[in-house]
Design a binder for this molecule. Sequence first.
Ligand SMILES: CO[C@H]1[C@H](O)[C@@H](O)[C@H](O)O[C@@H]1C(=O)O
Length: 697
Amino acid sequence: EDGYRLWQRYDQLQNKDLLKQYRQSLNGVVVQGSSPTLTVVKEELEMGMEGLLGSSITIANQLPKKASLVVGTPASSPIIKELGLEQKLKEVGQEGYLLLSQKHKGKNHTVIAANSDKGVLYGTFHFLRLLQTQQNIQALNISSSPKTKLRILNHWDNLDRTVERGYAGFSIWDWHKLPDYIDQRYIDYARANASIGINGTVLTNVNANSLVLTPEYLQKVKALADVFRPYGIKVYLTARFSSPIELGKLKTADPLDPAVKAWWKNKVNEIYTYIPDFGGFTVKANSEGQPGPQNYNRSHADGANMLAEVLAPKGGIVMWRAFVYDNNVPDDRHKQAYTEFKPLDGTFQGNVMVQVKNGAIDFQPREPFHPLFGAMPKTPLMMEFQITQEYLGQGTHLAYLAPMFKETLTADTYAKGKGSTVAKVVDGSLDNHAISGMAGVANIGNDINWTSHPFGQANWYAFGRLAWDHELTSEGIADEWIKMTFSSAPSSQAAIRTMMMGSREAVVNYMTPMGLHHLMGWSHHYGPGPWIKDKPRADWTSVYYHRADEKGLGFDRTKTGSNALSQYAPEVQAQWGNPTTCPEEVLLWFHHVAWDAKTKSGRTLWDELCYRYSGGVDSVRAMQKTWNSLEGQIDKERHQQVKQYLAIQEKDARWWRDACLLYFQTFSKRPIPQELEKPQGTLEQFMKIEPKFAPGI
Ligand SMILES: CO[C@H]1[C@H](O)[C@@H](O)[C@H](O)O[C@@H]1C(=O)O
């Protein structure tokens, strides 16, 4: 193996019949026209087809006599124009594309056509994926366009190259060597992202450092933007709200102060001299100690609009985060974002998007959808998912996240009656928004395989695919990724898919089953810490979230408790407000349930909890068994890697199960059912375990 490889492996296909078919239909490749994007299209076609087909190809400017691959836009390619695809192309928009088997002058050609070079690029990657996943290309009739306009990675990367909540080494942005040294990884990063339709990247941590806005750093940012541009990827930065004070030496960062606004206007103009297509800012304000407009008694809208106004003439946007909790500890942190943002609906400028995490607390293994979705019809709401597994085992646990992303996207907000899914809020179709977006907090770093756990790559891949088309299935995305990533082992496809599909639920079960949440260890968030209390803020403890007592377990968020449920539509309230109709997956999120209450299995809550925790451990063991059975079918190196990670996961799953059950047992005072494995160790022992070298704190 030479260095790293992502899913674009392009190894020669082994299926002889298929190879023959491909070679017969792809005698030549014609790309007419020239642009930086068409240049990378040609490079990718050469690399991909030569690798997959095992024969060299030349890219021609004229149509050869035999069946060929014809690539381009009607504007740049006379052959594409001759094909008369105007009507079909109208439907795919600026980023979409067509993949067609098309007769032209008696020959059967394969066509990648689009309205823009960027669309051609996306079509090219789709076409290469068809070959890589060994699809029949004889009668292609594919048209595809993205459902979400902005598909963007958020890097929580600091300028010293540490990555907040990053578990795959240090930041890939080598600020020290930029702008003079362009690491090959930047190019491969762009290729990988473009291959899944990602069209934007926020380079820096939301806990922002204003230094990135200085000329010295803007030159470095420009160098990255220049690399990414041909791949259709725009660069964005995080804007520290107090930058006018830190960099501009102003006395205030009050968004309504004319000097502050003038400072930002100059700064934005300056940025555009370096990066003419700069995307805009992501802002975390008045949350976890970050400065913001509330420091000056102004609202989030005042802050966002001030930046939006200076960005608008340049075509830039503001992604203002709704992950806010600050000031006084609320009676229920679940409610804070909604309380602060809902009243601001309709007051944001047209180029502001409010970026909302999938759930109201913080990227837990399972959260009900965030109540802001559906509650701010006049504001485009952007989805923020976390690809990095801060709360799901970080760099060592296998957890395929597509089912988690889909769970939120398919949830029904009932905002405009049945069928008002979160996906429709986010893609803008429910409320007819001109802009829409999905952000994923990246899980990559400078580890050789980019993501620490080899299966972490699947989560990056799945995020991009779902941002393009949220209707894709988790299984389908897994299949694509497996075929591309473990191309040498077609027979193991089903087994790997089964592992992936059950993996996130396994994590939920051994960490936080039945709606439990935020039981993770203090600050590092890796192992169990349900006992955590007495911290500077009540909502930084675990006891705040699980509320275990002699009577039972869970956070009462109904009318008799915090009433966070009132933030949802009446239909949702009706279902979740009643413990007998509330799905067990989120039961303890909304209800304080008696230890002896009957659950759907017929068991008491306590027994059911014991079964779920044990089931989580069993699922990991099942994954181990499956993986062991694949030995010999997968290259040694990756087989060994995953095998070792699964052993860690199994050990950690037991740690979670035993620590949580022993702790909750001090309240339930009931025995763990006979037939289940007994905890190995005492609660006191578990409470002493502190990972001293947890990464990314
Ligand atoms: C970037 O800060 C993070 C913080 O590390 C993390 O623990 C929490 O999940 O969320 C914060 C946020 O999303 O702003």
